[in-house]
Ligand binder design. Structure first.
Ligand code: PAF
Length: 280
């Protein structure tokens, strides 16, 4: 792996690879890599033969009371893991490289798909995500970019952005990687103490219970959401932010639950906000 910090160096390296006939894969991350990210690298490798990953904790997507300053970072370990998973270029820009102009004004805004689910509770978040991902796509110019299903709304918005704004990149979404008890891997799991960590597993077991009920014929969106809520309400330190059933493409609520709908949860476990989802 070659670590680069400037957009000029990424462009030069990718340009050379492309001239040599290689297909470019890209996995954007905020670092503190775990097996979920590594699965995205492997997935990108299946479709491409030159792999670029980025590590950038994007200030634009954090609200004023969120965890930007304490977001976990370990660049040495990340570089080692990227090396092991044969990432070719690791792009680690400073904030001044990505946002050199203090008065930069242009943003990509998500529209109605950004008003539901996490977007309803994190004003500006998805505009920050789309803006940085749009920039990264323009810098890296990948053929394929891979995102994780855990951040379902993010992946759906990026698909939509690529479609609506004609970015010449194929978006691939990889299944969520989980701990043995079902907890979705997340860099934020590192914030959980032992008790919170144990309770956090009920997010996925609740989602599974609802999926089982759907399999057995339950079609009421409210009923399916209530199954998850009932599970989470038994945990003393979990506070649900939302449980929503949505259409996989538009993110709008269906009248009755259908195969392919997404059941998504955001919940605080102690002070840590976690998200997860399943597809019916
Ligand atoms: O999912 C993430 O880690 C981030 O939202 C992303 C896509 C790297 C944009 O900053």
């Amino acid at each position: 792996v070659i670590n680069v910090v400037t957009t000029a160096d990424v462009r030069a390296a990718v340009g050379a690879a492309r001239s040599a006939g290689r297909r470019i894969g890209f996995v954007p991350t905020m670092g503190y890599l775990h097996e979920g990210h590594l699965a995205l690298f492997d997935r990108a490798r299946e479709h491409t033969d030159f792999l670029v990953a980025s590590i950038f904790v994007n200030p634009l997507q954090f609200g004023p009371s969120e965890d930007l300053a304490r977001y976990p970072r370990d660049l040495d370990r990340d570089s080692r893991l990227a090396e092991e998973r044969s990432v070719d270029i690791l792009f680690i820009p400073a904030a001044a490289e990505m946002y050199p102009d203090a008065d930069a004004r242009i943003r990509i805004t998500p529209g109605a798909m950004g008003d539901v689910m996490c977007g309803a509770f994190r004003p500006g978040h998805f505009s920050g995500v789309l803006t940085v991902v749009g920039k990264l796509f323009n810098i890296v110019a990948p053929d394929v970019a891979v995102f994780g299903q855990k951040d379902y709304q993010q992946a759906a918005l990026i698909r939509r952005m690529v479609h609506d704004l004609d970015f010449p990149v194929r978006i691939d979404v990889a299944p969520t990687v989980r701990e043995a008890d079902g907890l979705a891997l997340s860099s934020r799991n590192t914030y959980l103490d032992e008790s919170a960590r144990r309770q956090a597993a009920s997010i996925y077991s609740g989602l599974q219970a609802a999926r089982t009920a759907f399999g057995a014929g339950e079609r009421g969106p409210a009923q399916l959401c209530d199954i998850v809520r009932t599970r989470l309400d038994t945990q003393p330190d979990i506070r649900v932010q939302y449980i929503e059933l949505v259409d996989s493409g538009t993110l709008q609520p269906p009248v009755i639950a259908n195969v392919g709908n997404v059941l998504a949860v955001a919940a605080f476990v102690g002070a840590t906000r976690l998200i997860d989802n399943v597809i019916l």
